[in-house]
Design a protein around this ligand. Structure first.
Ligand SMILES: Cc1cc2nc3c(=O)[nH]c(=O)nc-3n(C[C@H](O)[C@H](O)[C@H](O)COP(=O)(O)OP(=O)(O)OC[C@H]3O[C@@H](n4cnc5c(N)ncnc54)[C@H](O)[C@@H]3O)c2cc1C
Length: 446
């Protein structure tokens, strides 16, 4: 027991939480418990794409993890330039090719549950995952009396647990974020407290997403050469997953005037709430309706839809910090963003890896962990905020809401997005390590 340096509780076992648990598995002196609100993971639908920058982080988790992920995706790892997404202007009877997005390394495309199961299967047996544990709130001792006192977690079933460090990986409606913002506000002036407390509730971004999985066999029977069977295409976005068994479909509708201000501090005064439940079931006809009149090639796809869901895409405002005392947040809890660069999960993966690196660093102990968490915040928060902004802008560009002609669109979209395949997390990891060792400064904005 004396070899244990601290106990970390991860609230939320989604992509971010499981990546953190998996990365912490390589530090035997850190005890990890994951508290997940659902009873199991059986209901994780839809596809998720991971860009090379985030996939390179996953590769660091070990050869076996990489092998199983590649197997689940049905891809080979490459660092060559490859065609990633084909863009078409399809909201007209005769579609028009716009451009082919080329990326250095492939977009790794997964069924979410396959992705999840690979992560889960590689977590150290010493890490316990507790299902059916929905966190309501936590309390941490005040800095003056902190010492070695634990953080106490309270769950909806009335039970409690303790830990030394709490990480909120509990998604866009994070309970940990809510509690952390209240803690931060308590020591602030009235005006600042108001601004901090306004970050608790996510805001509707102005985007709605129509999501479904289409049975590839059904589409093949109608049109054996349909491009959605082979390649990612952005009419709405479609791409094959599960070794070609399904086609992941995500179509979007935007309120451009809201999208422009999705993360702004003062936006909520006039901002409408999303009208309806955040995720609603749709019939096949309801999924197809917004895309009526689109080019011929879209018809067989839409005819193969059985049902779908409508998502009111909510985002989290840029927060004053992603850490407070011995608590930190990551992934959507910290920066839920618009999905137009397919990077929310990737950013959660980066957060998790960097956070595990600072927690596992030899200089980090229970006495110094608040400093380690502030290093995580300094290095990661500006970067994820930059990605959120770029993702928002990509939505505007794809919806032709910026003054950019179709001819230039490819170049502008590529420039805005190439961070996802031309840059790496390694520099940030090095910088965080230097900061822990007494040097270095925070990275500039993306
Ligand atoms: C339409 C759409 C398409 C997207 N496509 C992509 C893509 O292609 N690539 C990409 O990188 N990103 C994509 N994203 C974003 C991505 O889905 C999210 O960024 C990612 O899932 C966030 O991961 P997370 O682990 O932070 O949160 P989540 O995945 O939301 O996981 C949070 C977990 O915490 C649990 N939880 C919640 N509350 C509590 C509580 N109080 N106590 C305990 N547990 C709790 C939940 O059950 C869940 O398991 C997309 C988003 C949308 C809306």
């Amino acid at each position: 027991m004396s070899d244990i340096k601290f106990r970390v509780a991860i609230c939320g076992g989604g992509v971010g939480g499981l990546t953190l648990a998996l990365t912490l598995s390589k530090y035997p002196d850190i005890v990890v418990d994951v508290y997940e609100s659902t009873a199991n993971y059986s209901d994780i639908g839809a596809g998720v794409g991971i860009w090379p920058r985030a996939f390179k982080v996953l590769r660091k988790l070990g050869h076996d993890v990489e092998r199983d992920l590649l197997r689940a995706a049905g891809h080979k790892w490459t660092e060559e330039f490859v065609p990633a997404i084909n863009y078409r202007k399809s909201d007209q009877p005769k579609g028009e090719q716009i451009f082919q997005l080329m990326t250095k390394g492939d977009l790794m495309r997964f069924h979410r549950s396959d992705f999840h199961h690979v992560l889960l299967s590689h977590i150290s047996p010493s890490c316990k995952v507790h299902y059916g544990k929905r966190l309501v709130t936590y309390t941490q001792p005040l800095p003056s009396s902190r010492g070695n006192s634990p953080v106490t977690l309270s769950f909806t079933d009335g039970s409690t647990a303790t830990c030394d460090i709490l990480v909120g990986a509990d998604g866009v409606r994070s309970s940990v974020r809510a509690c952390m913002m209240r803690e931060m506000a308590a020591g602030s002036s009235e005006a600042r407290a108001k601004a901090i407390l306004s970050c608790i509730e996510p805001v509707w971004s102005g985007a709605t997403a129509y999501r479904t999985l289409i049975c590839a066999e059904k589409l093949r029977a109608r049109d054996p050469n349909h491009r959605a069977l082979k390649e990612p295409t952005q009419f709405f976005l479609v791409y094959p997953i599960s070794l070609g068994k399904y086609i992941n479909f995500a179509g979007f509708a935007l309120r451009p005037e809201l999208v422009r201000t999705a993360y702004q501090d003062d936006a909520d005064a006039t901002r409408p709430a999303f009208n309806g439940s955040w995720v609603a079931e749709l019939s096949a006809a309801q999924v197809a309706q917004p895309f009526e009149g689109f080019e011929e090639e879209t018809k067989p796809l839409l005819e193969c839809v059985d049902r779908g869901t409508l998502w009111g895409v909510h985002t989290v405002k840029h927060l004053p910090a992603h850490n407070f005392g011995r608590v930190a947040i990551l992934g959507d809890a910290a920066h839920a963003m618009m999905p137009f660069q397919g990077s929310g999960a990737g950013q959660g993966i980066e957060d998790a890896y960097l956070l595990a690196t600072v927690l596992g660093h030899k200089s980090t102990t229970l006495a110094t962990v608040t400093h380690a968490l502030s290093v995580y915040d300094k290095v990661r928060r500006p970067f994820s905020a930059g990605v959120a902004e770029r993702s928002r802008r990509n939505g505007q560009l794809c919806a032709l809401q910026e003054d950019v002609g179709l001819k230039e669109l490819g170049e502008v979209i590529t420039k805005n997005w190439e961070w996802a395949w031309l840059s790496e997390l390694d520099g940030a990891v090095e910088e965080a390590t230097q900061m822990l060792e007494g040097g270095g400064t925070a990275r500039p904005l993306l």
